[in-house]
Design a protein around this ligand. Structure first.
Ligand SMILES: Cc1cc2nc3c(=O)[nH]c(=O)nc-3n(C[C@H](O)[C@H](O)[C@H](O)COP(=O)(O)O)c2cc1C
Length: 353
C-alpha cells in the first residue's frame, strides 16, 4: 500500500502557462514541453522556490491545467503568464518519479482512499511538485492530494438503512467536536428537516441563523462579553461557561429564534401565554428534527438553552429583535458517549384502558 506523509499547507499562488479543455483532452506533455520549457527560466526568475508545479483547476465546467512556479502573491507577472491561488489544505503527499506519476495517481484514486479511510477534499486543489532536476536518473515528483477523513453517515454504518427508531435511540448530545467544517449540502438537509416539523396551526414560528467559518470568532467574543456581563450582575455562570466552551469548539452553531414574539421574557396575557406554549413546542419539534437528521447524516449535535445567558448580546450581534429560543451546535463528533439514563416506561407512563 502507498505510504504518504501528511502536510498542512497555507494558501499559495502559482504563476505560469495554462491549457484549458475537458478533463482527458488536455495534452499535459505539450503544456510542459511546448509552453513551459521555452519560458522556464523567466518563470524561475520570479519563483519563491526551486521546483515547478502542475495543478488543475475546475473553471466554468472545464479544466484549466497550469504548469508553472510558486510566487508570492504580490509578484508582478510579465505578459503572457497567469496566476491562480490554491487554498490552504491538508495534503497526503506521495513521492514518485516522472515515470511513475500516472501509475501513482491511479493507485491513489482506485485503492488508497478506500484503504486509508480518506476522501478527496473537493474544495481544495491538488498539485504535482517537480523537484529541481539534477540530470541524474528520473525526475523526482511529489503528488499533493488534498484529503479529509471519510465521513460515513450513521445510515452507512447500518449498511445503508436506518429506521427512525435507530436514529432516535442512537443520537447523543455531543460536547466535543472535530474542527472539520460541515459540508454545505449536509447543513442544508439538516435545516430542511427542521422546516418539515409540525407546528401549531402550521405557524412555523422559527428563524435560524447559521454561524460558521470566520463568523465563529465574532460569536465567541460575544459569548465571552455576555459571561463577563452576567458575572458583574452576580449570576452564577458555571453552566453557561461550559456550554459556551462547547459552542466555541463546534464548527457550526445555529441560533433559533421565534419571530412572532417581539419582546422576550415579558409577562403576557393568557391568550399570549397559550400561543407561547404552542409555538415553543413547535420550535422544539423543529430543533429535534434537526438533531435527528444530523445524526442520520453522521453529524453530532447539542441543543443549548444556556445560550439564554447571552440572549441580549447575541440578539444585538445578529440584529434580531425577536425571542431567542435555543442554539444548536453541529459538527463531526470527537467523542462517542454512552446512552444517558432514561426513565423506564413504568416510571413515565400511566396506562388507562
Ligand atoms: C431544551 C434543552 C436544552 C438543553 N440545553 C443544554 C445546554 O445548555 N447545555 C448542554 O450541555 N446540554 C443541553 N441540553 C442537552 C441535555 O443535557 C441532554 O439532552 C440530556 O442530558 C440527555 O442526553 P442525550 O441528549 O445525550 O440523550 C439541552 C437539551 C434540551 C432538550
Amino acid at each position: 500500500m502507498l505510504n504518504p506523509r501528511f502536510v498542512d499547507r497555507e494558501s499559495f499562488v502559482l504563476a505560469g502557462v495554462t491549457s484549458c479543455g475537458q478533463l482527458g483532452e488536455i495534452d499535459y506533455a505539450g503544456v510542459w514541453n511546448k509552453q513551459f520549457m521555452p519560458v522556464a527560466s523567466r518563470l524561475h526568475a520570479i519563483s519563491s522556490d526551486a521546483g515547478s508545479y502542475g495543478a488543475s483547476f475546475g473553471e466554468k465546467g472545464k479544466t484549466v491545467y497550469l504548469a508553472g512556479v510558486a510566487v508570492t502573491g504580490d509578484t508582478e507577472l510579465p505578459a503572457g503568464f497567469v496566476k491562480r491561488t490554491l487554498p490552504a489544505a491538508h495534503y497526503a503527499v506521495f513521492d514518485c518519479t516522472l515515470a511513475t506519476l500516472n501509475l501513482t495517481g491511479e493507485e491513489v484514486y482506485s485503492q488508497w482512499f478506500t484503504d486509508a479511510g480518506m476522501e478527496l477534499d473537493a474544495e481544495a486543489v491538488g498539485f504535482e511538485y517537480y523537484l529541481p532536476y539534477n540530470e541524474v536518473g528520473d525526475m523526482l515528483v511529489q503528488l499533493y492530494i488534498p484529503v479529509k477523513p471519510k465521513q460515513s453517515t450513521s445510515a452507512e454504518k447500518h449498511g445503508g438503512i436506518m429506521s427512525v427508531f435507530d436514529v432516535i435511540s442512537e443520537r447523543r448530545s455531543i460536547r466535543k467536536y472535530k474542527n472539520d467544517p460541515v459540508p454545505g449540502e449536509t447543513l442544508r438537509r439538516i435545516l430542511q428537516a427542521g422546516l418539515l416539523a409540525p407546528s401549531g396551526a402550521n405557524r412555523q414560528t422559527w428563524k435560524f441563523y447559521v454561524v460558521q467559518g470566520k463568523k465563529r470568532d465574532e460569536m465567541v467574543d460575544v459569548l465571552k462579553k455576555a459571561l463577563d456581563n452576567r458575572e458583574k450582575e452576580g449570576e452564577n455562570v458555571a453552566g453557561a461557561r461550559h456550554s459556551f466552551e462547547i459552542m466555541a469548539q463546534a464548527p457550526v452553531n445555529v441560533f433559533v429564534f421565534r419571530p412572532n414574539r417581539k419582546a422576550p421574557w415579558l409577562a403576557s396575557t393568557i391568550s399570549q401565554n397559550f400561543s407561547d406554549i404552542v409555538d415553543i413546542q413547535s420550535v422544539g419539534a423543529a430543533i429535534e428534527n434537526m438533531l435527528l437528521e444530523a445524526h442520520e447524516l453522521g453529524i453530532g449535535s447539542l441543543w443549548v438553552c444556556d445560550v439564554f445567558s447571552a440572549c441580549n448580546e447575541i440578539s444585538a450581534w445578529l440584529g434580531e429583535e425577536t425571542e431567542l429560543i435555543a442554539s444548536v451546535c453541529l459538527g463531526i463528533a470527537n467523542e462517542h458517549p454512552a446512552a444517558r439514563k432514561r426513565k423506564t416506561l413504568d416510571e413515565a407512563v400511566e396506562w388507562l384502558s
